[in-house]
Design a protein around this ligand. Structure first.
Ligand SMILES: [Zn+2]
Length: 185
């Protein structure tokens, strides 16, 4: 007997937002928003893998664009403050669950890394910016790439656009520097 043809679900639908962990992160809190377990969106609290400072937590809603990474004093979010913000957002948010965000292609992901580095580029008089893994914290839900991917992208940029990104050997592997904007001619 022939089995009925089976069409696999697209990858993003097959993943359950209630258990999903973006690649390159550790999720410490998940809560469902006010619409409830059947259709409400999930709010995540996560930290990026390999983060030295465990005070960098991010809150991201998978149903709307809510993203939080700072306290009201513009400091990094410790875990308890992040969990508090996640609960407060979940109590107010009415977004429907729309599954797990689609994963970008490698080309799109590399472009996201480049755009983030461009945002970190400073005026000449402020000098170089030393890139840390925390600089990409806010991007991790959309980026869905490992730290190795981010480093490989930066290494490539250091070759193709050395006036923008520089790579240096350090004690703990390669360090990356975003070069300042050149002075206006
Ligand atoms: Zn929301």
């Amino acid at each position: 007997m022939l089995l009925p043809s089976f069409k696999p679900l697209p990858e993003t639908l097959a993943k359950d937002p209630a258990t999903w962990t973006p690649l390159g992160t550790s999720v410490t809190v998940r809560c469902r928003n006010a619409l409830g377990p059947a259709e409400g969106a999930v709010v995540l609290v996560y930290t990026s893998d390999g983060e030295n400072n465990m005070e960098h937590f991010i809150v991201a809603c998978l149903g709307c664009h809510y993203l939080a990474w700072q306290t009201s004093q513009r400091r990094c979010l410790p875990q308890d403050a992040a969990a508090h913000l996640a609960n407060a957002h979940a109590a107010d948010c009415r977004a429907m669950s729309c599954g797990v965000p689609a994963s970008p292609s490698d080309g799109e992901a590399a472009q996201m890394v480049r755009t983030r580095l461009w945002e970190l580029r400073r005026h000449e008089s402020y000098g170089v910016h030393h890139v840390s893994v925390a600089d990409f914290d806010r991007l991790r839900v959309a980026l869905q790439r490992s730290r190795d991917f981010i480093n490989a992208t930066m290494l490539q940029l250091a070759t193709s656009e050395p006036h923008f990104v520089a790579a240096q050997d350090g004690y703990r592997g390669t360090r990356f520097l975003v070069q300042p904007h050149a002075p206006r001619a």
